[in-house]
Write a protein that binds this ligand. Sequence first.
Ligand SMILES: *Cc1c(COP(=O)(O)O)cnc(C)c1O
Length: 375
Amino acid sequence: MGSVAKPRFISSLKPECAHPAWIEIDTAQFKRNLATIRKKIGKRLFCLPVKGNAYGHGLYEIAKNAEESVDYFGVAYLKEGIELRSKGIKKPILIFGAIYEDQISDLIELDLEFTICSKYKASLVAEKCKDRKCRVHLEIDTGMRRTGVRSENAMDLLSFVEKLGCFEIVGMYSHLATSDCPNDSFAKTQIETFSSLAKQVASQGLLCHLANSGGVAYYPDSYFDMVRPGLLAYGYFPDGKEDPEILPCLSLKARVSYFKVVAGGSGISYGHQYRAKEESRIVTVPLGYGDGYRKSLSRGKVLIRGKRFPIAGAICMDQFMVDIGKKEAYVGDEVVLIGKQGDEEISLWEVSRLAGSIPHEMLSSLTDRLPRFFL
Ligand SMILES: *Cc1c(COP(=O)(O)O)cnc(C)c1O
């Protein structure tokens, strides 16, 4: 049998040398965030959302590091559940998204809990599940209007699913649409609606759950039996509030790949939208929108040698340039795009606002090309 020679030189490279841009996760800080949330929620269960590659932090590694500290993992899709199970994660996993008929046998085989959000989906599962009981959570729409039956139909769905006989109904949940800010009247209405449903099923031992990050941060009435804070667990409040007990654990870094001097007036990068005001030193950073560092950040700043410098010109797929004026920087210097360096910091919120986006989106856009290092 012909075998392909393994390129031995690659295995001798340190990971940070193999790729010049990367993500660092401060594992201790991540665990402190989990502990802070635990303290806040008391005896309720903690479901950690790890969808979107664990908000860009790395699906399996985050789950492995959190497995001792949480009770449940939440994912959006079957594929994410398969990855966690195949790598040995044993904790309950709940799939939030609506399921499809052709996924049912895998869901059962891999012992994944999933969402029933209509009678129709429940009937599809009932046709397939044979002698195994499927562990499901019923989803009720109390105002998000994404998936789930309307709250007035909740009890009807519950009795329908019970009669099908092939389900273990583990929980009932809903999702908050406007909990990002404290004291929102619609969030309060959703909590009241869900609360009256929870009372109606109180004797049946269902896990009732509603709170996302905003719920956990600002609405103690939304805790019920389990909470599902994603963004908050990774260190960010959904409205940008700062709190020393909950801190980011992700940094985005690279190493300068090139250095040159350009004449005053020189246009830089595609479209020449940036021009050096005077003779300037320009360094190249090997990371771009192909890594999830958006083109809309072309007016952003990065940290080199503890100082902020402006990005010069359009961000390319794999690289961009930085104008360091008359200052010093050399090939190999660390560049911080998100995170701290010396006394300076570029926060994810700063970057998100500049891109006209939100932390959830910026984080989950960070692609697999970037290696993740858990410190
Ligand atoms: C994404 C998601 C969450 C977590 O949302 P955050 O705003 O990150 O806390 C919780 N529940 C469901 C159903 C979700 O889809």
